[in-house]
Design a binder for this molecule. Structure first.
Ligand code: DX5
Ligand code: ZN
Length: 220
């Protein structure tokens, strides 16, 4: 069973050839599109917003996993739902009333998730976990693709997996940052379910083949 999912990060796509890269993902073994939204405040970088997501959505045949790296994401949830988000994850560090924001995401018709920065303790999720379709653990400092995976992530996954299992939940664990064919197996063994991969996929010679390989290793 292919229970481990691959979500290529469109941040690493060729923005001059977005339709081509969206179609590559459509026709690959990937499961979701990972869409990184950055506002230049919560993270130092600016990526893209609603119009670009809407344009990609026109050509996409797989779910949009929208990762909001923006301050006060509650201001824009309905807008992201409208342009095609299927899953919306917000940073724990970016919104004061997390429970309300997750409810807002659900009310907009999307699946809701929480993201933790690299060193935000996973224990802060204890009470919100039943409301999370997914938890995204950053394995880099967010803001840029192409950074080196941080090894502290393995223990964080194990701790979170224990919490999820103890509560008898089916919350997925997603990993974002520096995922490659070299670490994906170990991430699966630690207890992760969904893998974002940006530069490893798009900077490779044959992105379709690279996705296939990641999917195979994750599910082997
Ligand atoms: C960074 C983003 C990531 C990024 C991952 O803040 O959240 O999704 O695109 O890129 P790689 O896989 O190159 O580390
Ligand atoms: Zn991301």
């Amino acid at each position: 069973m292919n229970s481990k999912l691959i979500a290529p990060s469109m941040l690493a796509a060729d923005f001059g050839n977005l339709q081509r890269d969206v179609e590559m993902v459509n026709n690959s073994d990937a499961d979701w599109f990972h869409i990184d939204v950055m506002d230049g405040h919560f993270v130092p970088n600016i990526s893209y917003g609603m119009p670009v997501i809407q344009a990609m959505k026109k050509h996409a045949t797989k779910p949009f996993d929208v990762h909001l790296m923006i301050e006060k994401p509650e201001r824009y949830i309905e807008d992201f739902a409208k342009v095609g988000a299927d899953i919306i994850t917000v940073h724990y560090e970016s919104t004061v009333h997390l429970h309300r924001t997750l409810t807002q995401i659900e009310d907009a018709g999307c699946k809701a998730g929480v993201v933790l920065n690299l060193t935000t303790p996973v224990s802060v999720l204890e009470d919100i976990l039943p409301k999370c379709f997914m938890v995204l653990l950053m394995s880099i400092n967010p803001g840029f693709g192409g950074q080196k995976f941080e090894d502290i992530t393995y223990n964080r996954i194990k701790k979170l997996r224990r919490m999820i299992d103890e509560q008898g939940l089916s919350t997925k664990i997603e990993i974002d940052g520096g995922v490659t064919d070299k670490n994906i197996k170990q991430l699966v063994e630690a207890g992760a379910d969904v893998f974002v991969a940006g530069s490893h996929v798009f900077k490779s010679e044959n992105p379709t083949e690279t996705i296939k390989q990641l999917k195979q290793i994750a599910n082997s």
